[in-house]
Design a protein around this ligand. Structure first.
Ligand SMILES: [Zn+2]
Length: 77
């Protein structure tokens, strides 16, 4: 099983994709996972797998991140 994430304050480099095990998901990637999948989500997808999961493409997700940033969403600060 996946190691329990010990703390929300842990550096994002400890986050890895639950689907492909890509390491070092950046804070935008983690933020969009929380935004789209739920704030309490414990498993994160990389951009590629998230796009696959949602049935859209990576650029769509990047566009969403930019919109959320412009709205001042704290998940992306
Ligand atoms: Zn992945």
């Amino acid at each position: 099983m996946y190691q329990h994430l010990q703390s929300e304050n842990m550096a994002n480099r400890y986050y890895s994709c639950v689907a492909c095990d890509k390491k070092g998901l950046d804070k935008d990637t983690v933020g969009i996972n929380k935004k789209l999948l739920g704030i309490d989500v414990k498993s994160f997808y990389c951009m590629d797998c998230l796009a696959d999961y949602l049935g859209c493409n990576v650029q769509d997700i990047r566009d969403k991140i930019e919109v959320f940033k412009e709205e001042g969403c704290k998940l992306f600060q």
